[in-house]
Design a protein. Sequence first.
Lengths: 319, 501
Amino acid sequence: MKRSFDLKAFALENIPLIGLIVLMAAVSLYSPNFLSVDNLLNILRQTSINAIIAMGMTFVILTAGIDLSVGSILAFAGAVCASMIAADTPLMVALLTTLVIGGALGAASGTIVAYFGVQAFIATLVGMTMVRGLVLVYTDGRPISTGNFDVANSFYEVGGGYVAGIPIPVIIAGFVFLICWYVLNNTRIGRYVYAIGGNEQVAQLAGVNVARVKVIVYAISGALAALAGIILTARLESAQPTAGLAYELDAIAAVVLGGTSLAGGRGRITGTLIGALIIGVLNNALNIMDVSSYYQMIAKGAVILLAVVLDGRSKTTSK
Amino acid sequence: MTALLELHAVDKAFGAVRVLRGVDFTVEPGRVVALAGENGAGKSTLMKIITGIYRRDAGSMLYRGQDMQFTTARQSMDAGIAMIHQELNLLPALSVGENIFLGREPVDRTGRIQWSEIDREARYWLAQLKQDIDPRTETGRLSIAQQQMVEIARALSMNAEVIIMDEPTDSLTDVETKILFDVVGQLKADGKGLVFISHRLGEIFQMCDDVAILRDGNMVHQGPVAEIDEDTLIRHMVGRELSDQYPFVPAKPSDVRLKVENLVAKGVRKMSFEARAGEVVGFAGLVGAGRTELGKAIYGANPVRSGRVEIDGVEMQLRSPRDGVLAGIGYVTEDRKLEGLIQSHGLRRNMSLTGLFRFTGRSGHIDKRAEREEITEYINAFSIKTHGIDAIVSQLSGGNQQKVSIAKSLVPQPRILILDEPTRGVDVGAKREIYTLINELKAQGLCILLMSSDMPELLGISDRILVMSNGLLTGSFDRDEADQETIMRCTVAGLTEGTVE
Ligand SMILES: Nc1ncnc2c1ncn2[C@@H]1O[C@H](COP(=O)(O)OP(=O)(O)OP(=O)(O)O)[C@@H](O)[C@H]1O
Ligand SMILES: [Mg+2]
């Protein structure tokens, strides 16, 4: 009796994980090749960019905010980084500068949200539009190649290289995950992030510097979007002005699939990782099954809807 | 006479926790039945089962002689059962009128809302409660007590046969309580059946006809109030004798800890007073007297316009609650639902939120073991009834939430403690525990400001009592000089002195 009860509780807590396992089992029945090491590594590599963005997004959504500007920041960061590499800037300098620029752009949205009381949706929508404009101005609407200096070769490794057979983007995403997990679960700022999403007024009255935490959260999201931009640019050996279009949607979908509440205050970074993997597996499976990309979008939407409905139901019927 | 409502052998469990066991309960027309019991005894749960918010696991319910099982609050409302919930349920952004008619707005044939009707009806019911509130006011701007009166107006406007009041008076002062009792008297005369829950036992004897007592989910007694005395009532509630409700230990004379000079802030006009370390200063006043605003101004949550605040001889500039916390001020809000606790979070996260810096170094890394130990200590010291350190706050009973709220303010180890209605919704036994705790903190040298609308409590545990009226200080008494009568006179003394904005 007691045991079966616990099992049920575990299942309710881990719907995203169970969803992922079921999905993978189903796909592997259809195509035995799916579970090959090569294909799995491939999925991980394709997932890493969305996962990195989505982890930043998790911070923002946990505070009951939203960040629509990540796609544009990704593109801008990629463009800036590519031109630095093309100008033979030392690799570390180029990478760090790009991350700082991403963080600063995020912090700017955060400041507008926190200190001017503009709704996150609006503030980051403005950010998304303006930064995309900035990208077009900066690139003149043309791709920027990373050039022929030696540094371009080492830069390529960031997006296309392997260490011990594992794609470097996957390793980076793994590190980002560990850091995010640690920050959210074991540090003061992590607690504050949850508290602000849970009830901003309570957090404020408890002495939390709500505005500062919000700025930090958007800065994290911006910096991680820039990191994703670096990886994408490195792999393509060029920055595309239209890079990252609609990436915010996949990131938000990963966060929500992972069980984080859009109302804030509740959710887990592990969930986001799983959410990103679900989307990655789905994309991969639909490709293996040769589904046309038009139908892929419909299928993806349907899965997200199903997951969210299931999750919502488990949360309201537990009374 | 047949009963309006009859429950028989009702059981309810949440997961593995059994909250009600074979409970019988009857509501008769023209009578007020008090439902008494400790925090977490199951009172609110029983009422929520009646109104269909929770489902009973077993047992039966007859309403006007018919077998009933409501599945939504709406159904019970339509059937004539109104409930005033323990926690305020108003939407702060809506107007008072909209809140009163939420979900049952009068419409004409085309479906348009009849605002004039809402306005008129709302005015009528507020007038019945002697509340001078414009129905078009935004609800969030009202004080807690006024909001409570709006809740009551909402219940009354349903013209229900059975009216359930879950701790309606815990945020009211004597004046509003009296008004409520008059209205209840009328409802009784009209033959309505009323259920009244309160931890202020005096009120039970003052206005109830019958009393039903729950202990740990068992109905241990139901009968006329006239046949029971307070000691017996308490014994039934807590299962043992309780002596000396207000244990008082006089303060030792010591240095001034808090000095407030000509403080002006929203709701506060020129307040000056001093409070010493190791002293409890009680603040009396009517609703809207400015006590809450004063407390918040000192804490940094209500911007100070002019005046000085000194702590231990050092002038302080407190511009945010954060400054207040760092200056060593602990603050317990009167509104634990909206301002005190994150309802959807666990106990640990709530309790350590303000004092998190005590468990972290410069790096911000939380020492979870130290945190767990300290939180567990508070849970034990306050006998908080919970099934774990991470239990969700909204699932605790009201009184236990209040204890969590107080513990939260103590974690940062403050020098000054501001308690705004600290025993709101707390049962007799636990109230006494809180008083004992206040005495201990006082002995440790804390300076305690106590704002309470419970007069016996103020008189019982304060060393000194200051009276506020209309944002002004209108009286200051030592413990021995203070009596209810004089204080009441001072609470209205400021009303002629113009208005506070
Ligand atoms: N939704 C819920 N889920 C789990 N447990 C609950 C829930 N609601 C109440 N409980 C538990 O049921 C018990 C009874 O709670 P209830 O709110 O009925 O107490 P009460 O008598 O009204 O107390 P108080 O005087 O403090 O308001 C408590 O131990 C509480 O933790
Ligand atoms: Mg209750």
